[in-house]
Design a protein around this ligand. Structure first.
Ligand code: GLC
Ligand code: MG
Length: 550
């Protein structure tokens, strides 16, 4: 195990998100796997991160890329065996890297033993009580029980066929129809997940990312939600008490989880995927005895705009002032457009997870801004997340042929939303053509096609280039770890021209110019690192520096 530290490791850790199916493929089936991760531990260690968050690797029909779990205590054969997972955990620990798994508590797969049992057991059964089964409305129950919508498009209800062949009850699924929602007021459901947490904690994992953490509790009366003024679905934050998002009862669930985590040695971590932007509501997840941290989606959804970012950072710092928890900083993940592509546009509305753009990507602009952005995220107080491939300067692949799209959003939206595949394309490691070392030579094609241009973005290429994105990430991570300066010191804003974002933490200064013109650097100091050429006086457009003042 890594050496004991004075404050919990997660307060200042840099956590690398491994999107397993696109990270490294060891067996040549075109899909990343556990052994692929094992083979790249030296790369991750060398990059300088502290922990890995691995997206779901459990047995799954893979309708939603593994977020439809059929068995929470195994590894899908596509990714390897449970023994591979055990070996990975051990080897990662030997290398000083922690392992965070992804737990999916809101729903199971429709192929989970519980759901299959619920289907055959029929209305009123104990098995159906673990999910949300209800009779339909209308004369023959032909209408869904209420008006809730699936986040993946279409109604949140699907009707089952009963054992005698007749159309029967409906079940709730806030995501795809293959992801039935569990009933968290059911004591068996609660006990089962405590046991699943123990199963993996016993194997040594250091924490869990909690999938859609704000969704678990539902109003048992299942009331209609109504529609907004333009007839649109009503989302989180638009009604005072929402029947299925961010209800007060979810924190009771996490208090039980926290007690399990606290019963293990070392500092085990929970990080919530909670799309909750209201400060008071967000803080509830991080209250004493609840969760340790949550993703900072307010920060992620900012445009490349100094005022927006300053406001968002100030809000986050304020939210955490009274909490044990520290802020997290995250710009990309497997659900949102890669930030290089969000920032690489002259148009502004870069925020929405499923954003589409009028203008084509300006790769040079996006790259410049992405370089500057990592100075910011790694200098802020708290922990930071890196989504695999951002250290290579990868962009969102926006031209995957429609016939190859895999995200269920594409089908469920009736081909109006392309979905999230563009952020999930397999990594380029070496060589000049696809699969770029993602799979061994002569393998099946990667599960999503890689752009030919990635020949210049491979790890191999970038290791040989001191000006590459990879070299920049390695340098900044090394500085952050070595100097240890970002732990503890409070952030103080430094004034400057419009479009400047600058702050000090103790003797260290981070200054970012978010405009398209050069401006004076607001302080003098010894240069620690710069995102591009820096003469000591002028910050170029879309650039950043770290300085040391005495
Ligand atoms: C989370 C995951 C996403 C998945 C959804 C349903 O938002 O990050 O990928 O589709 O939950 O489990
Ligand atoms: Mg494979």
């Amino acid at each position: 195990m890594p050496p004991a530290e004075k404050s919990p490791w997660w307060k200042h850790a840099v956590i690398y998100q491994v999107y397993i199916r696109s990270f490294a493929d060891s067996d040549g089936d075109g899909v990343g796997d556990v052994s692929g991760i094992r083979s790249r531990l030296p790369y991750l260690k060398n990059l300088g991160v502290d922990a890995l968050w691995i997206n779901p690797w459990y047995p799954s029909p893979m309708v939603d890329a593994g977020y439809d779990v059929a068995d929470y205590r195994e590894v899908d054969p596509l990714f390897g065996k449970l023994d591979d997972a055990k070996a990975l955990i051990e080897e990662a620990h030997e290398a000083g890297l922690r392992i965070i798994l992804d737990i999916v508590p809101n729903h199971t797969s429709d192929q989970h033993a519980w759901f299959k049992d619920a289907i055959v057991s029929g209305p009123g059964s104990e098995a159906r009580g673990r999910y949300w089964f209800r009779p339909g409305q209308g004369e023959n129950g032909e209408l869904p029980p209420n008006d809730w919508q699936s986040t993946m498009g279409g109604p949140a209800w699907t009707r089952v066929t009963e054992a005698d062949g007749t159309p029967g009850e409906w079940y709730l699924h806030l995501f795809s129809a293959e992801q039935p929602d569990l009933n968290w007021s059911n004591s068996q459901v609660r006990a089962e997940f405590l046991d699943i947490l123990r199963f993996w904690f016993d194997l040594g994992v250091d924490g869990f990312r909690i999938d859609v953490a704000m969704a678990l509790a539902k109003d048992p009366a299942l009331p209609d939600l109504g529609t907004g003024p333009a007839g649109e679905a009503v989302g989180l934050g638009s009604v005072p008490v929402h029947p299925h998002w961010d209800r007060d009862e979810v924190q009771d669930i996490y208090r039980e989880w926290r007690a399990v985590a606290d019963s293990y040695p070392g500092d085990r971590l929970f990080v919530a995927e909670a799309w909750v932007l209201d400060s008071a509501r967000y803080q509830r997840y991080l209250a004493p005895g609840v969760l340790h941290t949550a993703f900072n989606f307010g920060f992620l959804t900012c445009d490349w705009d100094a005022d927006q970012l300053r406001t968002s950072i100030t809000k986050s710092l304020r939210e955490h002032e009274t909490l044990e928890s520290d802020p997290t900083w995250v710009l990309s993940n497997h659900d949102v457009v890669r930030h290089l592509s969000r920032y690489g546009r002259r148009e502004k509305s870069a925020a929405g997870p499923l954003q589409r753009y009028e203008s084509p990507l300006d790769l040079r602009l996006g790259t410049r801004r992405a370089r500057a952005a990592v100075f910011l995220t790694l200098a802020l107080p708290g922990s930071a997340y890196i989504y695999q491939g951002e250290e290579l300067g990868l962009w969102e692949v926006e031209d995957i042929p429609e016939a190859l799209l895999q995200d269920p959003i594409w089908e469920r939206s009736g081909h109006t939303e392309r979905g999230r595949d563009g952020a999930r394309v397999p990594l380029p490691w070496r060589g000049t053509q696809s699969p770029f070392g993602f799979s061994p030579d002569h393998s099946r094609a990667p599960w999503l096609p890689q752009p030919a241009e990635w020949a210049e973005y491979t790890v191999e290429c970038q290791e040989a280039d001191s000006r590459s994105m990879l070299s920049l990430y390695r340098t900044l991570l090394r500085i952050r770890a070595e100097r240890n300066v970002w732990e503890g010191a409070d952030l103080a804003w430094i004034d400057g021209e419009d479009g400047l974002l600058a702050f000090s933490r103790g003797p260290f200064v981070c200054a970012v110019n978010l405009t398209d013109h050069a401006m004076p650097c607001p302080v003098e100091g010894k240069l620690v690192a710069a995102s591009n050429k820096f003469d000591g006086l002028t910050l170029a457009a879309d650039s950043a520096v770290w300085l040391e003042t005495s």
